[in-house]
Design a protein around this ligand. Structure first.
Ligand SMILES: [Zn+2]
Length: 543
């Protein structure tokens, strides 16, 4: 039996807004205070402290083939960023692409206890799970990329929507994935012929389908399978001036279905293609505000080093050409592609300044905090451990004005951000960093402190400097055990891998066996990841 007593509790899913409450825990779960056996309980006094559920990150690239390629590709990222082994923890290194253990430690030390890996190609899901198993403390899950999948595009061309749905269910089971990820639908396939898509009704070469059809079919399948999360969408034209138009068109194409658009900042630019962008956050935020079943995360840019890594192959080539930085390109047979390019976001660079402004404006213009979440699209917009800095920008308008004043005057001129006075409250921060993300993920035991929730709890010491407050929690508990004290790791424990296994018509397996014999270099029998291979798996129910 454990308790955190007299804390000022922010638990938005249960409507608790800063009231003084006691939190009781047993066997890794929160229990009702009336059910607590108080005698001999292990008690933490939280008088004067702020108590929230553990943080839940909805979009971060932390493990798997692409992230590991980034690690190998960037020795310079590791050289000056090393953490030594201690009696309780392993060594690690890396600034924008930290090693698995260091990733777990850094997230926990920031008060986060659940993190979703944002993109895994199905064929390399095994690698993702090996690294998730090797990432301590955090509960995790992986989104599986399907937006350029040959089998799905064949089904769409042949008008076999139900077959596509059954395939999606099989693929999630085979990869032990958590949700559907769509990246530049059709564009990654076209990149294999040196091209891309620029409009939702462009053709995918060799398939005769369109990005719009891929988006709507997968959004329909997601609803049919009653997956806990929604389709997680990186749409077309990422990073291009004027892409706000196709982003709004993507939102409209979803026709009110449940969906999540990730790192929206990279999709919210005005301006002419090929010229400098400016923020079109107002236009995109208006569309988000109108579509009530849509959630988004921001992908805020942080000035400094970052490593871009995405399945969006053509984007990575363009970024390599723009920056002259080294570039890695990848093709995953029948499924997807990808690339890695290091970048340096500079305050004095007009493009980067516009990106920073766009992200801030989206945070402040999207009205419902339950539908907008804090991310940096780690490590694409910058490393995740800068979240406390972003929280301070959102909570402190003077601090934000100072940061804005340091941008080039040409970038600031006409920026709507100068007029936005909104300051996030602690309650709203609790929503955009844990309660809202847990709800969007359909994780009923995460992001809140009601009876039955996982005993993942973060205790902060209040400070006017919100960055300091959120960077160094007083305590972090995972499954009821104190893992961080005064901002420092005190013990290590394994996390769980969350996955789904939606039911489907098994008849599709015969088709798939033939398909694998014709198209894959890997055999059908060797492809699936079995649940026994996960060290610590937890199946999350559908429906
Ligand atoms: Zn991402």
């Amino acid at each position: 039996m454990k308790a955190i007593l007299n804390g000022q509790v922010y638990d938005p899913l249960n409507g608790v807004n800063g009231e003084i409450r006691d939190i009781w825990m047993e066997d890794g779960h929160i229990i009702h205070p009336a059910d607590a056996d108080r005698e001999g309980a292990d008690v933490l006094d939280a008088t004067g402290l702020v108590v929230m559920p553990g943080g839940v990150d909805i979009h971060s690239h932390i493990v798997g083939a692409k992230v590991n390629a980034g690690r190998k590709f960037r020795p310079e990222d590791h050289r000056d960023h090393v953490r030594a082994r201690t009696s309780i923890s392993r060594s690690g290194s890396g600034y924008t692409v930290p090693t698995t253990h260091l990733t777990g430690y850094l997230y926990a030390e920031m008060g986060y206890t659940t993190v979703m890996e944002a993109a895994t190609a199905p064929l390399v899901a095994r690698h993702t799970h090996e690294e998730l198993d090797d990432t301590p403390i955090l509960d995790t899950g992986a989104y599986i990329t399907m937006g350029n999948n040959h089998f799905i595009m064949n089904c769409i061309r042949d008008g076999e929507r139900e077959k596509a749905r059954d395939y999606v269910a099989w693929l999630l089971e085979a990869t032990k994935g958590y949700g559907i990820k769509i990246v530049n639908p059709g564009g990654v396939e076209n990149w294999k012929s040196g091209q891309n898509v620029g409009e939702l009704d462009d053709q995918v070469i060799g398939f005769g389908v369109t990005p719009r059809q891929i988006l709507t079919t997968l959004a329909w399948a997601n609803d049919e399978l009653a997956l806990p999360h929604v389709p997680h969408i990186h749409t077309i034209n990422l990073g291009q001036s004027g892409n706000a138009r196709t982003t709004v068109e993507t939102i409209e194409a979803l026709e009110g279905r449940r969906a999540h658009i990730c790192h929206l900042q990279f999709f919210s630019y005005g301006g002419e293609p090929g010229k400098l962008p400016h923020s079109s956050a107002a236009q995109v935020a208006t569309a988000v505000n109108k579509h009530h079943k849509l959630t988004v995360d921001i992908g805020q840019v942080i000035f400094g080093e970052a490593t871009t890594m995405t399945s969006d192959g053509p984007l990575q080539y363009r970024l390599h050409q723009l920056t002259g930085h080294k570039w890695l390109n990848d093709d995953v047979e029948n499924e997807t592609g990808g690339g890695v390019v290091p970048v340096l976001y500079k305050r004095g660079n007009l493009f980067n300044a516009a990106q920073w402004i766009t992200g801030m404006e989206l945070f402040l213009l999207i009205e419902d905090p339950w539908r907008v979440f804090l991310t940096t699209d780690h490590p694409n917009g910058g490393p995740f451990f800068h979240y406390p800095y972003v929280i301070r920008l959102l909570m402190d308008r003077d601090f934000r004005a100072e940061a804005l004043a340091r941008l080039p005057s040409r970038a600031r001129k006409n920026a709507l951000l100068q007029e936005l006075d909104r300051e996030y409250s602690l309650y709203e921060i609790a929503i955009i960093t844990r309660a809202g993300t847990a709800r969007a993920l359909g994780l009923k035991n995460k992001g809140h402190l009601g009876a039955g929730a996982d005993a993942d709890v973060t205790v902060y010491e209040p400070s006017d400097d919100r960055e300091e407050m959120f960077a160094h929690p007083r305590y972090v508990l995972k499954d009821g055990e104190v893992v961080v004290r005064d901002g420092q790791l005190v013990t290590e424990r394994p996390g769980r891998t969350l996955y789904v296994e939606p039911p489907y018509d098994q008849a599709i397996k015969a088709d798939l066996r033939t398909y694998f014999e014709e198209c894959y270099t890997m055999s059908f029998d060797n492809y699936p990841v079995s649940s026994e291979t996960l060290c610590n798996g937890e199946r999350i129910p559908c429906g």
